[in-house]
Design a protein around this ligand. Structure first.
Ligand code: TNX
Length: 701
């Protein structure tokens, strides 16, 4: 029997957060992001073939957008009439500009649904647009179909909503360099952001693996630098193989996309990533590199990707790029990257050494600050403000107007906000959508597994700063780097959704009104169906399986989810056994299970875990070390080497463990003495406890 050696009993540490009650009442109402205030009233409004849209001239575009959203799935026409006209329809949707609603900001709105009339009011068109998005989510999910759908009762519950966003910067970044996403894809992506009331698209346009923005003054950037492959200036990489791969956006296409986004109340922040991450630039214009041979590499393993800081022509080139970029993008900021710069080339280059001498720079860190400050001047000279990744704070001071994106964690953002810089929080462990969502799934690991729940748990304003500094936290943003996306379109959506839905609520809804169970309920019972109807390849959440004394219990990821399984290691499909009750199994290693929603399924969960042996809350642990007992008799069913993992789920305090002992009928039979930690990071958190003589009648503590 001793051959069945490795077992584990989990102790889950849960530090409970006190959450306020959920304001949104009816279970059938499931708006994401959750409105600030929503009251459900008696009755319903029905959209009918003769429903009309009333508005005034300045909002006619919003009325047309609403008409387009509603008419395809319903097949109704939705005549648009001036609010002043004597509209005869009994069924009216009115969009009203109302200056008295300025306290809700330009993006806030009120929405009242009465049996004969829907009124959306805002002080600005942005608020009307968001009111329309909310209205859409009050309708049956078929309203998101892109074809006429028969036999649907297009009813909306009567409600009174008053809503406004928590944060003014609610962003999402897409890396279009490592993988090229064509203009149509970008537009579709923008559409899907707008539905979630995201108001900023950060367009990562240049990096080591492809230059994507047409710069007329330097045409080789896109003639050469937009392409990779065996016979191109850029080597094959990122899954694209030996063939010529790439593409770029012409200035005309960019103008069109900027307008497309603006119509959906999304600003576009362009990023030109320098002075590192610049191989696409230096492959097109090698003279931009430092002179001499340099084999050093960036953290990503890329060499020859840093611009020479001592070559004056480089700043002329950058000035041209920023000048052209500034004209294409009306948004007030331009992103200049500034991340992960390999200083190696600067320390050897004669021009950089001469620059250090001339400017009195003591080290390469100060060269970086010199470079970034020159960029700041260039950006400002073209009428824009600069923003960069948190490394731009290294080596010296910057103008207070310059904004910081805090990616490596929250720390740099907090420091920058203290100094007075505007800050966008993009901490990897919460907002990096290139991180894997579960073990065995695609993605980076450096910031840990980033689940939808983890994203949802993030509170960008939960930082220890005075109010006048907290106001420097402008917002929050998700980032999707694309080096791991080998099937760009489908995989990009898989990585983005539903994590973006969680991020949208983090950005829009105050923390006191956020509650994971409530959100997950709205997501799983209604919103996933909307995403499905929109054709979004979202990630279906995986089920979990637990085993105890030979009996497997499957936990679906949400109420009502269908889980199918196999026991012979084959991938479950639509015909596999549907789980409906616990079952016995002699060996769980061949167990495979998947969640099925409509035509979609999750990735497979393999095998079954041991049930958690115990749970902790903050009340049970203290600031001083103390001994705590758990009865684990129920978890142990055989002799062998058992493992105990301490797993931190949520909360703001880590747990430090000094030693673990196992007692059989009051007598110590095993102990493992080493310091472990379970928290934001887990360190040495596994304890090994051999049980040589198991007895089914013994008590194990
Ligand atoms: C770091 S975040 C990078 C990117 C990578 C990403 C992968 C940042 C500013 N730079 O170049 O793609 O990590 O997670």
């Amino acid at each position: 029997m001793c051959s069945r050696t490795s077992r584990s009993a989990l102790i889950i540490l849960t530090i409970l957060l006190v959450c306020s009650a959920v304001a949104q009442s009816a279970s059938s109402i499931a708006v994401i992001p959750k409105p600030a205030r929503l009251i459900q009233n008696q009755g319903t409004f029905s959209i009918l073939p003769d429903t009309i849209i009333l508005t005034s001239s300045p909002s006619i575009e919003k009325a047309i957008q609403l008409q387009q959203m509603l008419s395809t799935p319903t097949g109704f026409k939705f005549d648009i009439a001036k609010a002043s006209s004597r509209a005869r329809s009994k069924s009216v949707i009115q969009l009203r500009l109302d200056p008295s609603l300025q306290h809700l900001t330009d993006e806030g709105y009120t929405l009242t649904v009465k049996p004969n009339k829907i009124t959306i009011s805002s002080s600005a068109n942005a608020g009307l647009f968001y009111g329309c998005q909310t209205l859409r989510q009050l309708l049956p999910a078929e309203i998101f179909n892109n074809k006429k759908t028969e036999n649907v009762n297009w009813q909306i519950p009567c409600v009174t909503i008053e809503d406004k966003p928590l944060l003014k910067w609610r962003g999402m970044m897409l890396d279009c360099s490592r993988q090229f996403f064509d203009a149509e894809f970008v537009k579709g992506y923008i559409d899907n952001l707008a539905i979630h009331k995201i108001n900023l698209f950060h367009w990562h346009l240049t990096d080591d693996d492809g230059w994507r923005i047409e710069i007329k003054g330097y045409p080789k950037l896109t003639e050469l630098g937009a392409w990779r492959g065996d016979n191109e200036v850029l080597p094959p990489s990122r899954g694209s193989g030996a063939e010529r791969y790439g593409g770029f956006y012409s200035q005309d296409q960019i103008r069109e996309i900027v307008k497309y986004a603006a119509d959906r109340h999304i600003d576009i922040l362009p990023e030109i990533d320098i002075p590192g991450h610049g191989r696409a630039l230096t492959a097109s214009y090698p003279e931009a590199l430092c002179a001499g041979v340099d084999a050093s590499k960036s953290v990503q393993g890329v060499s020859q990707n840093v611009l020479c800081a001592g070559r004056e022509e480089n700043f002329k080139m950058l000035d041209t790029m920023i000048s052209e970029t500034a004209k294409l993008f009306p948004f007030e900021y331009i992103h200049i990257g500034g991340d992960e710069v390999n200083h190696g080339p600067w320390s050897k280059c004669p021009k950089c050494k001469a620059l250090m001498e001339k400017e009195g720079l003591k080290n390469t860190g100060q060269i970086q600050n010199y470079f970034i400050k020159r960029m700041e001047k260039i950006v400002v000279s073209h009428g824009k403000k600069m923003i960069g990744w948190n490394e731009i704070l290294h080596g010296g001071e910057l103008e207070r107007d310059t904004a910081i994106m805090s990616w490596i964690g929250k720390g740099p953002g907090i420091q920058a906000a203290k100094k007075g810089h505007p800050v966008i929080m993009t901490p990897g462990p919460y907002t990096y959508f290139d991180m894997a969502q579960a073990r065995g799934e695609k993605g980076h690991w450096w910031a840990g597994i980033v689940t939808t729940e983890k994203v949802y748990s993030y509170d960008p304003l939960d930082i220890d700063l005075p109010a006048d500094k907290i106001k420097n936290i402008f917002g929050v943003q998700g980032c999707l780097w694309s080096e791991f996306l080998d099937k760009p379109a489908g995989q990009a959506y898989f990585q983005t959704f539903p994590r973006l839905c969680a991020l949208a609520e983090v950005a829009w809804t105050p923390a006191k009104d956020r509650n994971w169970d409530d959100f997950n309920n709205r997501l799983s019972q209604s919103h996933l169906q909307r995403l499905d109807n929109l054709g979004i390849n979202y990630r279906v959440p995986k089920p979990a399986a637990f085993i105890k004394k030979g009996i497997v219990t499957i936990i679906p990821p949400f109420e009502g989810a269908k889980v199918r399984y196999t026991t012979d290691s084959t991938e479950p499909n639509k015909k596999s056994t549907l789980y409906n009750q616990p079952f016995a199994i002699s060996d769980a290693s061949g167990l495979r299970l998947k969640t099925f929603i409509g035509n979609r399924s999750s990735t497979a969960t393999k095998g079954a875990q041991r049930q958690a042996a115990a749970k902790w809350t903050s009340k049970k642990v203290s600031e001083q070390f103390k001994a705590v007992d758990f009865d684990v008799t129920d978890n142990i069913d055989a002799p062998g080497n058992w493992h105990l993992d301490f797993v931190f789920k949520k909360g703001s305090h880590k747990l430090v463990i000094k030693q673990v002992e196992l007692l059989q009928d009051g007598k110590t039979i095993a102990s493992d003495i080493h310091q472990g930690q379970a928290g934001g990071a887990h360190k040495n958190n596994q304890y090994r406890l051999p049980i040589p003589n198991y007895s089914p009648t013994s008590k194990y503590v």
